[in-house]
Design a protein around this ligand. Structure first.
Ligand code: SF4
Length: 354
């Protein structure tokens, strides 16, 4: 098959044989990228029109018990600036977001054990009670089935947990031995079983990553059928074991966004902050390749610079919620429209909750 045929088949059927998927990525060039993105935009338009969904991100704690080799918040990084927000601080951010038009709040943190499960559930419950038309997404790491169920019963709608890489051997090169792909997978399937809208996703151009790893990621996602896919380039952090590893660029990530849109026409696909960090127009390019979600930061200004997963993370200017108008304008400039709605995965709105 040539690139044109591969893209056509992916567009028509949503899948390619592994060998062809690998070749599609490997042989990508400007022409095939443009072709892929044009098809991805067709699928996006069919399912979402011109709409772009916003998620208000509250990074509520920079403490983490884990030690992932690529992450600036890893527990061994003694230079990391640590903070956790109180329930009242979190609610204040959520209210500000609500006033700005956000109808999804994402509560994200390292795996910080200082919040009890009941406290997390209470925060979720309080947001839902005060702002009932707001969806709450949690992104707080690996938990037990019972913990996930507790948060869901408190009202949480969605859960983001990137799988990072679907190859257990590669996983072991990115994480210490107490973390495994097996458990990550267990978490993702537990979340699906409970009824969450689930987000997975991989790091692109991560250290030691091969093309076969990426193909494996795509097939793992096909099997999992997540509702959201968060994917961004690896960016090295200076105080981690991977400090000297080369960071990824935006090009491969954007190409993969196009593939994902054709594989998952209805998926919620963010153009991530990492993409916007590595390339000033990364998010626009991501949107033009099939992404339909942007996640501006709602965390208080005083802590925004402290949630440093990787170096150079954009934390001022257009990433600030106050600059939401600029984001709207930037989206209008590429023919899209930011919509103030929850933006659920199709068929997964509040009326479908179990
Ligand atoms: S990637 Fe997440 S779990 Fe791993 S160290 Fe960073 S914040 Fe903690």
């Amino acid at each position: 098959m040539n690139q044109k045929e591969r893209i056509e088949q992916l567009f028509e059927t949503g899948i390619l044989p592994r060998k062809e998927m690998r070749a599609l990525i490997e042989e990508r060039d400007e022409e095939s990228s443009e072709e892929l993105f044009a098809k991805a935009r067709i699928r996006k338009k069919e399912n979402f029109g011109k709409d772009i969904y916003l998620r208000g991100l509250i990074e509520f704690s920079s403490y983490c018990r884990n030690d992932c080799f690529y992450c600036g918040l890893r527990r061994s990084n003694t230079k990391a600036q640590r903070y956790h927000l109180s329930k009242e601080d979190i609610l204040t951010c959520a209210r500000q977001g609500y006033a700005l038009g956000f109808r999804t709040i994402v509560l994200q943190s390292g795996e910080d054990l200082s919040y009890s499960d009941e406290e997390i559930a209470d925060i979720v419950r309080s947001i839902k009670k005060e702002m009932p038309e707001t969806a709450v997404t949690l992104s707080i790491g690996e938990k037990t089935y019972e913990q996930y169920l507790l948060y869901y019963k408190a009202g949480a709608d969605r859960y983001l947990l990137r799988h990072e890489t679907a190859d257990p051997v590669h996983y072991a090169k990115l994480h210490p031995s107490d973390l495994s792909f097996e458990n990550r997978k267990r978490c993702l399937y537990d979340l699906k079983k409970i009824g969450y809208q689930v987000g997975a996703g991989m790091m692109v151009e991560a250290p030691f990553q091969t093309l076969d790893n990426l193909v494996e990621d795509l097939f793992f996602l096909k099997e999992l059928q997540p509702h959201m896919i968060g994917m961004g380039p690896f960016i090295a952090h200076k105080d981690t074991p991977f400090k000297d590893m080369p960071s990824g660029g935006s090009e491969l990530t954007i190409f993969l966004l196009g593939i994902l849109r054709l594989m998952f026409p209805k998926v919620l696909l963010p153009a991530t902050t990492a993409l916007g960090t590595i390339d000033p127009y990364g998010r626009e390019k991501g949107i033009m390749a099939g992404a339909n979600v942007i996640m501006p930061n709602l965390s208080p200004k005083s802590v925004r610079g402290k949630y440093m997963l990787y170096d150079g993370k954009i934390s001022t200017g257009e990433e600030a919620a106050e600059s939401i108008e600029k984001i709207r304008k930037r989206m209008e400039a590429i023919g899209c429209h930011v919509k103030n709605v929850r933006g659920d995965a199709p068929g997964m709105g509040p009326e479908n909750r179990q």
